[in-house]
Design a binder for this molecule. Structure first.
Ligand code: SF4
Length: 267
């Protein structure tokens, strides 16, 4: 069945076109907002600000600890998140950084900037501690849904740490998107394609970025207002924008299988 993975309303989306039209209908005048990236200088400035703070925090990193953020309007009430610095902590973002949702819309407030810089400093200084503290926080807060790296990406070693966190916390479903395709493939090569059930990995496909999906992992795609997309024409799940609802209704990214695809409207 092809659906919009929303869990919050009854709208069923069956095609790229319907998804674009549904977005237009939500606007009073039925028009679509113009797609806007950010100019290069503005992106660099935002990343620079977070990176400069991260370097300051490194001096006192032993006294800092990782926090899992509460869910927000996009991830939903119950879905905690923990993220790094977009751009600085990404390993493969030359094509997408200028259009990064996280840089444009999330890394704005002092709180978010501090959290990202702090996490990045701990991750840089001691990745083993970074992931151990995430595992401890999951237990302490009894987290059942966690999205990793709404911003930032993983090093090759991180995939093995995530596997460990998933094995230590079987009651917590862990979801992440990555463009570190080489790291993802290297991890799966080492594990012969196997991973813990509660470690849900999705390759974030981006126009113009080659990806050898040798293990056939589920993929995410952007759908542009003009219909341009890397997603296949049929058979995708369409994101409704509430990960907690998807988790509750057992749909969306949480349940994608090998070869499945999820589509996000450009935002
Ligand atoms: S489809 Fe995926 S990203 Fe969209 S709301 Fe559901 S779980 Fe979250």
């Amino acid at each position: 069945m092809i659906t919009k993975a929303n869990g919050t309303d009854n709208l069923i989306i069956n095609s790229h076109e319907e998804m674009i039209n549904a977005k237009a209908k939500r606007k009073k005048d039925g028009s679509l907002a113009k797609e806007r990236g950010m100019n290069k200088e503005a992106v660099i400035e935002r990343v620079r600000k977070m990176t400069a703070l991260m370097k300051e925090l490194l001096a006192n990193v032993h006294n800092l600890h990782v926090d899992l953020m509460e869910g927000n309007e996009k991830t939903g009430e119950n879905c905690r998140t923990v993220s790094l610095i977009p751009g600085f902590d990404c390993v493969n973002c030359s094509h997408c950084l200028g259009e990064c949702y996280d840089v444009r819309n999330v890394c704005i407030t002092d709180t978010v900037i501090y959290q990202r810089a702090k996490n990045s400093a701990i991750h840089k200084a001691d990745p083993e501690r970074y992931w151990r503290e995430i595992s401890e926080q999951i237990k302490l807060l009894m987290v059942t849904e966690l999205r990793l790296n709404v911003g930032g990406d993983f090093t090759n070693e991180d995939f093995f740490y995530i596997e460990k966190v998933a094995k230590e916390n079987k009651s917590c479903d862990i979801l992440f998107f990555t463009k570190n395709y080489d790291g993802l493939n290297a991890f799966l090569d080492k594990r012969n394609g196997r991973k813990p059930k509660n470690m849900q990995m999705i390759a974030s496909v981006w126009e113009g970025m080659p990806f050898d999906n040798k293990w056939n992992v589920p993929c995410s795609h952007v759908l542009h207002n003009d219909g341009r997309t890397t997603a296949p024409e049929y058979g995708s799940v369409y994101c409704g924008g509430n990960c907690s609802a998807c988790h509750y209704f057992k749909q969306g990214c949480w349940t994608l299988k090998k070869g499945d695809n999820v589509v996000f409207l450009y935002h």
